[in-house]
Ligand binder design. Structure first.
Ligand SMILES: [Zn+2]
Length: 59
C-alpha cells in the first residue's frame, strides 16, 4: 500500500486575493491537493474611548 503521506508538496499559487482580514492565497500541488493560505497582514487594534457616566451617589 503506497501512500503519499511523505510526499513533499510543491505548492503553486493559483489565485490570491485580499480580504478585509488579510491576503488569502489558494495553492495547488501536482498531486491534486489544495490548501488555503491566509496571511494576516496587519492587525489593527482600535482603542475606543470610553466615557464613564457621571455617577452621583446620594447618601
Ligand atoms: Zn503534493
Amino acid at each position: 500500500m503506497i501512500t503519499n503521506a511523505s510526499h513533499l508538496h510543491h505548492w503553486t499559487t493559483v489565485s490570491q486575493h485580499r480580504t478585509s482580514e488579510g491576503a488569502v492565497a489558494y495553492e495547488r500541488c501536482d498531486c491534486g491537493r489544495w490548501r488555503v493560505r491566509r496571511e494576516l497582514t496587519v492587525v489593527i487594534e482600535r482603542s475606543i474611548p470610553v466615557t464613564t457616566p457621571d455617577r452621583r451617589r446620594n447618601p
